[in-house]
Design a protein around this ligand. Sequence first.
Ligand code: FMN
Length: 398
Amino acid sequence: MFQKENLKGADISIDFCGYKLQSPYILSSGPLTYGAEGMIKGHQAGCGAVVTKTIRRAAAVNPVHHMGTVNQDSLINCEKWADSDREEWYTKEIPEAVKAGCIVIASVGHTLIEAQENVKEVEKAGAHMIELVSYTEDTLLPMLDYTKANVKIPVICKLSGNWPDPVGTAARCLEHGADGICAIDSIGPTLKIDIEKARPEMMSGDGFGWMTGGAMRPIAMRINAQIAGNHPDLTNLYASGGVMSADHAIEYMMAGAMGAGICTVGILKGVEHVEKMCYDLSNRLKELGYNSIREVNRAALPNFPKKEHVSKLDFSFVPFKEDGKKKCISCGKCETVCCYDARTLAFPEMRVDPDRCRYCGLCLDVCPTGALTAELAPQTEEDLTLEEVSRKFNESVN
Ligand SMILES: Cc1cc2nc3c(=O)[nH]c(=O)nc-3n(C[C@H](O)[C@H](O)[C@H](O)COP(=O)(O)O)c2cc1C
């Protein structure tokens, strides 16, 4: 069970939509929040808030099978919304979770008529916030207008990265009075073929499913950064998509999100794993020099390049640690990934052929121990930017 007293580093609590959350991890709407029991487990593991499985007019009947792996840290699913009746959410699941101390966000989907049926009821049941989710922006905005006019609790809009302009949708939701934004929902439609059976693995109506986990993180990261960048005062933004570790949560915070939704990591590692992610987050923030999430929030936004940086990398290679033990473990990954055969490791020597190296930087990312690092060399007069290259190219072909 998560205990705040066991945190050794930075404070990991956040203020979100007027509530103090014990951690920035928000257990996203999904199979782990099928009912009070799952939500309470999430709360006990350290989640700052829990989002109910999406409540709709009628309970879902799911196809079999409806969840599978895409790779080690990503899933495909064609699971529908909550498979229990909405009355059960009002009378049992939400009140029980609230009573146990969870900050409960009721997920309501997917149409205006369903928002009209559900939002006042979930507020009465004790939900602290509402998260609206829909298939299109055209449906989400009327749901938001109705909800804002009829409930007092904060309303979050969950955006989809599959929509043409989720960053624009965020702006419109905020104009319509949304108190918070969640970006983003699962990516898709996507497909996985079971090669033993020569058929799609997902047994949805069309064989397609929705992808979650690590594979979607860079898409969600970009959308969160753009939303945060466009709304300097927005603090009630929480990211959803591929938070598999504390470091991923910090990435999102630096890109402008205050909270970090989690679903796939809890499915693959058990929701209890969130407890470790809380302690890791506290320690890692401290190591990086931050005392709180407030401090790290938006830290990367001023550092986005204003224009293309064209120069070289100044590599450093440290074969041994201070205690004399090997820092470079001679795994050879830096050599393997070099497409240009520029790098040769003859431990404890590391050579780079400057005529072959294109300074792509991949060797740095794959070094598992940090023995190989680099700084950006300053851009000099001789370094041509892409714009200059394009101008010269255009001049030569015109
Ligand atoms: C099996 C499964 C079921 C899901 N069901 C819902 C749902 O009912 N409502 C919803 O808003 N999001 C649903 N999601 C999406 C998650 O809330 C979350 O946005 C998404 O999984 C991305 O986060 P992750 O990479 O941490 O999993 C579901 C995800 C999974 C994997």
